[in-house]
Design a binder for this molecule. Structure first.
Ligand code: NZQ
Ligand code: MN
Length: 397
């Protein structure tokens, strides 16, 4: 066995009501913060006020930028970065779901690299032929997660949408790995059932994809299996009873494992194929797109896989509570059964058509996946060609 394991320094604060307890850590990073959050939830639930007052009481100046939307766009990021530059912010805080944390990360890149001349976020997208390098000029980032889904509080990715080009890309750099990651269970108990379900699918797919990714290693394999086990133990309860701290804690832990898994082992085909769906249909959530794509892609990987692939899916099936032994197609397929059963229990069993995808757009989405999903496509354990992607989109309809 031989492998490299590289993880940026993790500084994670995890627990109930920890939001009022982090100002001193933030102050070590900067005393003039831009706080990036969504339009409604954190303000309505009182968490925006709580963190703002807490920071101000500790002599950290706060400017609130509360315009983040699901699937954050290049325009939003550039607008936020201009405010950060104007206010001379020296730390960027993301408070919210993956969208707000990702917007914060991207704003930290642009503001950090635009002291002399403004560099819009798209210049840093690695889908460009010669992207601007992302360096240590990036402002320090604090990620406070309000959803157990993306793992963005512990990943080196920021997923940004260019509406004009219809491209949703994962911008990556060790410099956007948050310097402080915060999970407050009290915030998570407020996730509505639909969001809990969509985010739960995201956590599960991160673990499943990281587990079978070509870039997997024994350490992330264990984290991925633990994450899968936690999702199968806690997601249904979190969906049915949002106040259950036990299940919120289980999902928050799974989300954290999953983030660490993808930041080291990368995602594979479901993520590569889900991003074009959000780029063309911004109202379809990341989790809903993944739920439609995951079973047919698992089937594709198992049908075309080898012993190692079957063994990984068998391990996954066991972590899902199925009895799967050995390493063959039939046993490996038990993981697909388990995933479909779970998705049905939490209302995540809709095909792409029902979600609003028009079959006539498949060709364009295939091209978009080929352009923006190269890394994940190459990490898929089974070789994937353009016609496979087209066929899988059709199967997922
Ligand atoms: O916008 P606000 O008002 O804050 O409301 C949000 C939003 O409407 C609401 N919400 C979030 N937390 C809540 C809450 N409502 C009540 N209580 C809470 N505790 O939920 C809605 C969706 O929020 P959003 O942030 O968009 O959802 P999610 O956390 O699923 O993030 C999805 C984004 O993250 C990207 C996805 O592609 C997508 O753009 N991802 C980021 C990754 C990363 N950075 O590593 C990896 C992932 O694979 C993923 O691609
Ligand atoms: Mn995801």
């Amino acid at each position: 066995m031989a492998f490299n394991f590289n993880l940026p320094k993790v500084n994670l604060v995890f627990g109930q009501s920890v939001l009022g307890n982090i100002a001193e850590e933030i102050k070590k990073l900067g005393n003039n913060a831009l706080l990036v959050t969504g339009r409604n939830s954190m303000e309505q639930l009182g968490f925006l006020k709580k963190i703002t007052e807490h920071l101000q009481n500790s002599a950290v100046k706060v400017t609130v930028f509360n315009k983040s939307t699901p699937n954050p766009t290049t325009e939003l990021v550039d607008e936020g970065a201009k405010i950060a530059l104007e206010k001379k912010s020296n730390v960027i805080i993301g408070l919210g779901g993956g969208s707000s944390m990702d917007a914060a990360k991207a704003i930290a890149i642009v503001a950090g690299h635009s002291q002399e001349q403004f560099h819009p976020i798209w210049e840093f997208s690695q889908s460009n032929d010669s992207p601007q390098p992302i360096t240590s000029k990036t402002l320090p980032i604090v990620a406070i997660t309000s959803s157990s889904g993306t793992g963005s509080h512990v990943t080196r990715f920021s997923v940004i949408t260019n509406l004009e080009l219809k491209q949703k890309v994962g911008i990556y750099s060790e410099h956007i790995f948050p310097k402080l990651s915060v999970v407050d269970l009290e915030i998570l108990t407020n996730m509505p059932p639909a969001l809990t379900a969509e985010c739960g699918v995201d956590v599960l797919t991160h673990c499943l994809e990281g587990l079978v990714s070509k870039q997997n290693n024994p350490i992330t394999e264990d984290m991925a299996l633990k994450g899968i086990e936690l999702v199968f133990s806690h997601l249904t309860e979190a969906y049915r009873d949002g106040d259950s701290l036990r299940s919120r804690e289980g999902m928050a832990l799974a989300d954290t494992y999953a983030g660490l898994v993808i930041t080291t082992s990368r995602v594979i085909l479901p993520h590569a194929m889900s991003h074009p769906i959000s780029a063309y249909y911004p109202n379809i959530s990341h989790g809903a797109a993944l739920a439609a794509l995951t079973p047919p892609i698992m089937q594709f990987n198992i049908d075309n896989g080898n012993n190692t692939v079957w063994q990984k899916y068998c391990l996954a099936a066991s972590a899902m509570g199925k009895r799967a032994f050995g390493a063959n197609k039939q046993e490996a397929s038990k993981s697909i059964e388990a995933v479909k059963e779970l998705f049905a229990k939490i209302g995540m069993n809709k095909g792409l058509k029902e979600l609003g995808v028009d079959a006539g757009r498949i060709n364009e989405m295939v091209q978009s996946a080929m352009k923006t999903g190269q890394g994940p496509i190459e990490s898929n354990p089974v070789e994937v060609r353009e016609h496979d992607i087209a066929r899988i989109y059709k199967l997922a309809l």
